[in-house]
Design a protein around this ligand. Structure first.
Ligand SMILES: [Zn+2]
Length: 251
């Protein structure tokens, strides 16, 4: 099993002889406006794709979308991702996928099998209070196959009951967390801060925890270095890949 961070939350996952593209945001650097009502407004994405878009799309067998905020599913992805690929999304996003002619889009209600992979959808909270409600719905996914490590892609969520429940239920060997501490001018962060990541590490002490979703969108204020320092200080180990970096895992 191999996970390559393309940029932000966009991943290529080689799993059970299939290649999955997760949360494609394929825009060129600066092609999208700053997030509204956010600190440090600058055009997004802040950085270019780490590999040519043709290479990102080469050989993918399916697409997995956690939710359709544009840092996970942008206009460039709608244009460039082949329309006939199997595409798995949360039920609320299926009409959007169908209206943009993804003819093999399918909702993951609870779980579904595709190829030799069991894909289970998990819940989360994309922030607290009214902001969290406004950002909903968001999902994560667990991938399982008998010859591969179980992977939990948490999606855009803070540490919450649903994340804890997914760890307890699936005992993932690998957990991918969207950090960055994304926030608006007001309210609490809507993605993980170091304290959230540390909670996950302590709840899943045997798992390899990977943190992504940093340094690519203007309202994600937490940097890789800050997260690494705080994880070190807490005595937990977090893998923090650079854009383009691939990580290999054995069962
Ligand atoms: Zn996001």
């Amino acid at each position: 099993m191999r996970i390559q961070l393309v940029r932000h939350a966009t991943l290529l996952i080689d799993y059970a002889n299939m290649r999955l593209l997760v949360d494609p945001m394929l825009s060129d650097a600066g092609a999208m406006a700053a997030i509204q009502n956010s600190p440090h407004p600058r055009p997004n994405p802040l950085v270019p794709l780490a590999l040519p878009v043709e290479q990102v799309l080469d050989g993918i067998n399916a697409v997995l979308v956690t939710h359709t905020h544009r840092d996970h599913w942008d206009d460039a992805a709608i244009q460039l991702v082949p329309k006939d690929l199997p595409l798995f999304c949360q039920p609320e996003d299926l009409p959007k996928m169908e209206s943009t002619h993804f003819v093999n889009a399918a909702a993951v209600h609870d779980a579904r099998n595709w190829s030799k992979i069991c894909i289970t959808r998990t819940g989360g909270h994309h922030g607290t209070g009214d902001i969290g409600k406004a950002m909903a719905p968001v999902s994560g996914y667990v991938l399982q196959n008998e010859s591969e490590p179980t992977v939990y892609i948490a999606g855009d969520t803070i540490w919450c009951r649903e994340v804890s429940a997914a760890i307890t239920r699936f005992h993932p060997k690998v957990v991918v967390l969207n950090a960055g501490g994304a926030r608006f001018l007001e309210g609490d962060p809507i993605t993980m801060m170091p304290s959230d990541v540390i909670h996950v590490c302590r709840a899943a002490p045997k798992a390899k925890v990977i943190a992504v979703h940093m340094e690519a969108i203007n309202h994600c204020l937490l940097t890789r270095n800050e997260l690494a320092e705080q994880a070190d200080a807490a005595g937990v180990s977090v893998m923090i890949p650079e854009d383009g970096e691939a990580l290999d895992f054995a069962v």
